[in-house]
Design a protein around this ligand. Structure first.
Ligand SMILES: Cc1cc2nc3c(=O)[nH]c(=O)nc-3n(C[C@H](O)[C@H](O)[C@H](O)COP(=O)(O)O)c2cc1C
Length: 365
């Protein structure tokens, strides 16, 4: 049964007040994986956006799995303590439930921050060796990754599980695996990046093997009171590559591995693939994935309250995620509630903002 944007939803053992999610967004502002005061301000603000759930940016499970030198990690006691400080603050100050995206950048690692060019790190910029299913670069000029060997599989699986245990200790409500945007897990799933001839390549089932193993390893250490999700790829937007039917298979596989929900995103597998720029461009793919019975979120140019409400009410997705619109308007959820005649939790300090928004309301001091 479709809900409405401001109705609650259960994801495994987690209940959200509404179906608005702040999408994970890299801030490139960490120091050796450790969150900084920037994260305190950024996440503290978004914890009061009116969203039911805020997902912390791609947080990498090993140092060499980071995209840039400024990316977050959860691979050391220092990075765990730094993130705990931020999350404890968001709990005290904010209203949203809190999730984290665990990631490994694979062949897209060792890159410059976007505002430094977003290209692969050059000699002298402390680049590092990257890994991938096959020794194929992301695009011209990118690092050629090393094809993963048996010991890499064991290490990366273990790193995902160890980072998930750190996330559990920090007290997250949801843990989400990054299996999209061309990073390591997606690069196994897509025939564009995966040319392996062993049990991890070839058929769709084989290409899903490593992502499935990661999900199983993480589920084993994440109690069912915490929602486990995955951001998956709806399409590579390349003819003959990953397509919506593959996303349906992926969702079924992950559900069987214990994943409670998926988020349908798309694109990013190679430097020459182009992602659409139409509003809600992943929503129709999400509808196909949702038909499998797994709780489904979608993302991608969801901008207005009415658009978000229609995606949920029409049953295309159970939740929506917003990235750029949430940066542009950090109280997006408050304003959507006003537009749709609903209400959201606000912190005590800001309670008087609600009536003040309505025409004719008095502002008593
Ligand atoms: C600044 C910024 C950082 C992002 N970082 C991440 C990330 O860490 N993990 C991820 O899965 N997607 C990331 N994305 C993609 C967004 O989560 C989202 O999927 C994409 O921007 C489309 O949604 P939008 O149209 O609402 O912005 C990022 C996007 C932006 C704008």
């Amino acid at each position: 049964m479709p809900g409405t944007l401001f109705s609650p939803i259960k994801l495994g053992g987690l209940e959200l007040d509404n179906r608005i999610v702040v999408s994970p967004m890299c801030q490139y502002s960490a120091v050796d994986g450790c969150a900084t005061d920037w994260h305190l301000a950024h996440l503290g603000m978004l914890a009061n956006s009116g969203a039911g759930l805020v997902i912390v940016e791609a947080t990498h499970v090993e140092r060499h799995g980071r995209i840039t030198h400024g990316c977050m990690g959860l691979y050391s006691d220092e990075s765990e303590a730094a993130l705990k400080r931020v999350i404890d603050f968001c709990r005290r100050a904010g209203t949203a439930k809190l999730g984290i995206q665990l990631a490994h950048a694979g062949r897209k690692a060792s890159a410059q921050r976007p505002w430094e060019g977003g290209r692969p790190l050059k000699p002298g910029q402390d680049p590092w060796d990257t890994i991938a299913p096959s020794a194929l670069p992301f695009g011209p000029g990118w690092h050629t990754p090393r094809a993963m060997a048996a010991h890499d599989f064991a290490r990366v699986r273990g790193a995902f599980a160890a980072a998930a245990q750190r996330a559990v200790r920090i007290g997250f409500d949801a843990i989400e695996l990054h299996m999209a945007h061309g990073y390591l897990a997606h690069s196994f799933m897509s025939p564009i990046a995966n040319r392996r001839a062993d049990e991890y390549g070839g058929s769709l089932e084989n290409r899903m093997r490593f992502p499935r193993e990661i999900a199983e390893a993480v589920r084993q250490v994440v109690p069912h009171t915490i929602a486990l999700g995955a951001r998956i790829t709806g399409s590579d937007w390349i003819d003959g590559a990953w397509a919506p039917a593959d996303a349906v298979f992926c969702a079924k596989t992950l559900k069987a591995a214990g994943v409670d929900y998926v988020d349908v995103s798309s694109g990013g597998i190679s430097s020459d693939a182009r992602t659409p720029t139409t509003q809600g461009y992943n929503a129709d793919i999400a509808a196909q994935v949702r038909a499998t019975g797994i709780a489904t979120r979608t993302v991608g140019l969801i901008v207005t309250a009415q658009q978000a409400e229609a995606i949920v009410a029409d049953g295309k997705a159970d939740m929506v995620a917003l990235a750029r619109a949430a940066l542009d308007d950090p109280h997006w959820g408050w304003h959507a509630a006003r537009t749709l005649g609903a209400d959201v939790k606000r912190p005590n300090q800001y309670l008087r903002s609600a009536p003040a928004l309505w025409p004719g309301a008095a502002v008593a001091r």
